[in-house]
Design a protein around this ligand. Structure first.
Ligand code: ADP
Ligand code: MG
Length: 468
């Protein structure tokens, strides 16, 4: 189910909740909530009432979560977040809505019927662009892994259509491509309300093409309205473009849309899990179009960036999470921010619902740590590095100085530190090296990663192996 339906989804959830929560609680605490977005892990609501997050979490979490589950058929964590901005701008609206609820409820009671719908208008603008309110620059943590993409995205957001057109952002799953692309959209909607922004997943684009091409009397009309939809925008954001590969008619429409928009100075941003050349069977003419502007990659974030992301989440959710827990989670989940966030959400939800203290032992239980633990031993890391370089672990631990062995050794040391967060002396004793050597190797690779994409690719390939 896509984000555009959040208002309908929330209306359905309200209808369910209405039956399980007392009328006064429902009116005071639930009706004024603003649905924001939902994804595989969570359903997020904002509130302008400072006490609502803790009050609802403590007293009504099970009802809310089960209403969400009933409607979406999925176990999601429900997050209720206090939003000061919203408190100001929406207080009038909320009051209006409460009044509306009271009126409608009275009407319904009179008619002795059940259930009613809420009408929302506050999200209309966002929805016509298909954007998710969560994905903004403000909550995007910048690290050496995504610096280039971030700077390029800001440039594009500030001056759409001028520089970097198209902007092509690529990288592995869960690393923030969609987030940064939507951040561009939000920024433009906020600062240039005169411009029309459209965000679309390549999957939806394909469906649109298929529908427009469907046989029937309306064919020409449908195709015209398809073209109008995509060619009359000022900023077109297409997510996961690799999904159009091999679909000839869709590729053609992307090509034509691209030419029309680009030709009239409109901004195009595309994301993908790989470079244009690496997309199998993508036509040469599209490859060359995508390479016209700037190609910016997003790599796996380092431990500091991962921790910064969790600190942000903790701040947003008003939950106090000790630093050692943040460090622990950031260590365990090293190559996918979506998974890192998912684990964080599970941990904080569990801790607040069950009122257990957040300590490492509890956290390990909540995330089923034991399986993961095995994959992060020094030996395990060394084995994967050795396999990648086609060397033996012994050669890497030895004193050989050939370029290949030296690189493999530094990569192994870097990964041991990055993935296990063990001390330099501990890593030193495993490699039978002085801790200063370990420190030097770690820093060297970390430094190189800022500029050396080939090395970054090596690191992420090996990390994926270790994690699999
Ligand atoms: P992708 O599109 O690359 O698969 P997403 O953009 O969906 O990844 O990101 C996955 C999750 O991680 C999202 O919830 C997103 O907000 C979060 N995320 C990714 N990168 C960052 C970042 N640098 N700062 C904050 N959150 C991030
Ligand atoms: Mg994505």
């Amino acid at each position: 189910m896509s984000q555009e339906n959040i208002v309908e989804v929330w209306n359905d959830i309200l209808s369910v909740l209405e039956k399980s929560i007392s009328e006064s609680t429902f009116r005071t605490w639930i009706v004024p909530l603003e649905p924001q977005y939902f994804d595989e892990n969570s359903f997020v609501l904002h509130t302008g009432h400072a006490l609502a997050p803790s009050m609802l979490r403590k007293n009504h979490y099970p009802e809310i979560a089960s209403a969400v589950k009933e409607v979406l058929k999925k176990d999601l964590e429900v997050k209720i977040i206090f939003d000061e901005e919203l408190a100001k701008t929406l207080s009038k609206k909320s009051a209006k809505r409460v009044a509306q609820y009271e009126k409608e409820n009275a009407d319904l009671k009179n008619k002795n019927s059940q259930g009613f719908k809420y009408q929302y208008d506050s999200l209309t603008h966002m929805q016509s662009s298909n954007l998710n309110l969560k994905y903004k620059f403000e909550n995007f943590v910048v690290g050496s892994n995504n610096k280039l993409a971030y700077v390029a995205a800001q440039t594009v957001a500030q001056k759409p259509g001028i520089k970097y057109n198209p902007l092509y952002i690529y990288g592995g799953p869960g690393l923030g491509k969609t987030h940064i692309m939507q951040a561009i959209g939000h920024y433009i909607i906020k600062n240039r309300p005169d411009l029309k922004v459209l965000f679309i997943t390549a999957e939806d684009f394909v469906n649109d093409v298929v529908n427009a091409l469907a046989r029937g009397d309306e064919k020409t009309k449908k195709m015209n309205s398809f073209r109008k939809k995509y060619r009359e925008v000022d900023v077109l954001l297409i997510d996961d473009i690799q999904l159009i590969a091999g679909k000839t008619r869709t590729e053609e429409e992307v090509f034509n849309t691209f030419n029309t928009l680009h030709g009239s100075g409109k901004q195009i941003v595309v994301t993908s899990d790989r470079t244009p050349k690496e997309i199998p069977s993508l036509s040469d003419r599209l490859i060359s179009r995508f390479e016209w502007g700037l190609m910016a990659d997003i790599q796996v974030p380092d431990i500091e960036t991962r921790m910064a992301i969790l600190h942000n989440l903790a701040k947003d959710s008003c939950i106090e999470v000790p630093n050692n827990i943040i460090e622990f989670l950031a260590t365990v989940y090293s190559n996918n921010i979506r998974e890192l966030e998912g684990a964080f959400n599970r941990v904080t939800a569990y801790a607040s619902i069950n009122e257990v203290p957040l300590n490492i032992e509890n956290v390990k239980n909540i995330i089923n740590y034991s399986e993961k633990e095995r994959s992060f031993t020094f030996e395990g890391i060394l084995d994967e590095v050795a396999a990648f370089y086609n060397l033996s672990p012994k050669e890497i631990k030895g004193t050989g100085r050939s370029a290949k062995i030296a690189e493999a050794r530094q990569v192994a040391i870097y990964l041991c530190r990055d993935l296990t967060k063990q001390s330099f002396p501990d890593i030193g004793s495993f490699f039978e090296k002085k801790h200063t050597t370990i420190l030097y190797s770690y820093e060297k690779i970390k430094d190189e990663l800022r500029t050396n994409n080939a090395l970054a690719h090596v690191i992420s390939t090996i990390t994926n192996k270790i994690n699999s």
